[in-house]
Design a protein around this ligand. Structure first.
Ligand code: SF4
Length: 440
């Protein structure tokens, strides 16, 4: 059966969620629906949610509230909530929002078309959130056209088995499941035959790839094999866990031509006491040791990280250790957050929750230190020539692309060069969050 009309997808959260949304768009198009411009005028509205931060969760509630009036005008509209909040708050959501038709779990994406059709026919709401031993959507190939046609995500694994004290992922996405190497290689090769030049390998913990398949960690082997794909220019990956980071990955980052020199390696805190309470599985000196290995084997590699401030029990001294870590490691960029207790996690009911005011002050301090470091890196690049993959047009009609080290570069003009071309760019200005350059 096929349907007619429009669909609209609203996405919150990480790259994994963005990619799941791309898959859901593809499924809607296979069903005969076209992409629409707004939720109000769509026939199927999908809100793909994220439970990592409290803010994203509030946004979902607010979006569901706003769409109520449109559903009253168009009772045939099918409203879907997918993603981590759907997985976690299945019953609360359907009780609170009576106009919600489908609660779709993270392992159930491939069932979306059948469920939409069933709801249209039976006019009964459905909750579908079961965990599967083999997630069907994990094996779906990347959609034909994502928002950046020359760059594509490829999911290599889903879920996480680490159970960090603050994180919902193991509860909302299940334990780690890796895709087979053959299947991933096939997908990459298909994408490249469609003109994709850069792929980003996705997973909550990519450098543990293969552990659950029974042959140990096979991430570097995967990078080496993907490197042989004809037509592929660049390989990126995210996210890596410091505990599973080893010298072989550092070597791959320094020696495989197609693997871009960038790693996102979440530190979270510079205090051993807090790292242990977070259940991260490494101490600060172990993390630092891995950074030293990385810098010795891949000296050009940029390093980004995540920092959480105000984790329960974080004393002034613990916080100072984080600031010292930032000064010592000098990350290229960081993503920093105030701790927010997530339902169902170990940290939710921990003693010594930090007052909001202190969390805010600590976050501001982190920003002020890191902004100077990031700006310093950008200033250092002024006058140098870097390699950029042209990706398209961004805001203010400027063109943009990224360096191998994952820094955004904007230009006014690309001359005769087209999207998907690797160009050499002279950096004219190092700005706070990006670079401005000229093709040479
Ligand atoms: S490693 Fe920790 S923070 Fe990252 S997804 Fe797994 S449980 Fe969450």
């Amino acid at each position: 059966m096929s349907l007619s009309g429009k669909y609209f997808v609203e996405t919150y959260g990480c790259q994994m969620n963005e990619h799941d949304s791309e898959k859901m768009c593809e499924l809607m198009e296979q069903l005969g629906l076209e992409s629409g411009d707004s939720a109000d005028s769509a026939d199927v509205v999908i809100i793909n949610t994220c439970a990592i931060r409290e803010k994203a969760e509030h946004k979902v509630h607010s979006s569901l509230g706003k769409i109520r009036a449109a559903k009253l005008r168009n009772p045939d509209m099918v409203i879907v909530v997918a993603g981590c909040v759907a997985q976690q708050q299945q019953h609360e959501l359907s009780k609170k929002f009576r106009h919600l038709d489908l609660v779709l779990g993270t392992h159930n994406i491939s069932e979306l078309p059948d469920l939409v059709e069933k709801i249209r026919k039976d006019r009964q709401s459905i909750i579908r959130v079961g965990f599967a031993e083999d997630i069907r959507s994990l094996h779906m190939t990347a959609p034909r056209r994502g928002p950046r046609p020359i760059c594509s995500y490829v999911t290599i694994m889903q879920g996480c088995s680490n159970f960090c004290a603050y994180c919902v992922v193991p509860y909302t996405r299940g334990r780690e499941q890796s895709r087979s190497l053959v299947e991933i290689l096939e997908e990459v090769s298909q994408l490249c035959s469609r003109g994709v030049k850069e792929i980003t390998l996705l997973g909550q913990n990519v450098n543990a790839y293969g552990k659950d398949l029974g042959n140990g960690n096979r991430f570097t082997e995967l990078l080496e094999k993907i490197s042989n794909t004809r037509g592929l220019v660049r390989i990126r990956f995210t996210t890596s866990h410091p505990r599973d980071f080893d010298a072989s990955l550092a070597t791959a980052l320094g020696s495989l031509d197609k693997v871009c020199e960038h790693i996102h390696l979440p530190l979270q805190s510079g205090s051993d006491r807090i790292l242990s309470s977070m259940k991260r599985g490494y101490s600060f000196s172990e993390y630092l040791n891995k950074i030293e290995i990385l810098r010795s084997k891949a000296p050009k590699c940029s390093i980004t990280t995540d920092i959480i401030v105000g984790f329960p029990g974080e004393s002034d001294d613990d916080f100072k250790s984080t600031l010292t870590a930032l000064e010592q490691i000098r990350f290229d960029q960081i993503f920093s957050f105030k701790f927010s207790p997530r339902p169902g996690t170990k940290a939710e009911h921990m003693a010594d929750q930090i007052p909001e005011k202190i969390k805010k002050e600590r976050l501001a301090e982190v920003h002020s230190i890191q902004d100077k470091i990031t700006q310093g890196y950008h200033k250092q690049l002024e006058g140098s020539v870097v390699e950029v993959l042209l990706e398209g047009r961004g805001r203010q009609n400027q063109f943009y692309g990224r360096t191998r080290t994952n820094k955004i570069v904007n230009f006014d003009d690309t001359g005769s060069y087209r999207e998907g071309t690797v160009v050499r760019v002279k950096i004219l200005r190092g700005l706070n969050h990006s670079l401005f350059g000229k093709i040479v």
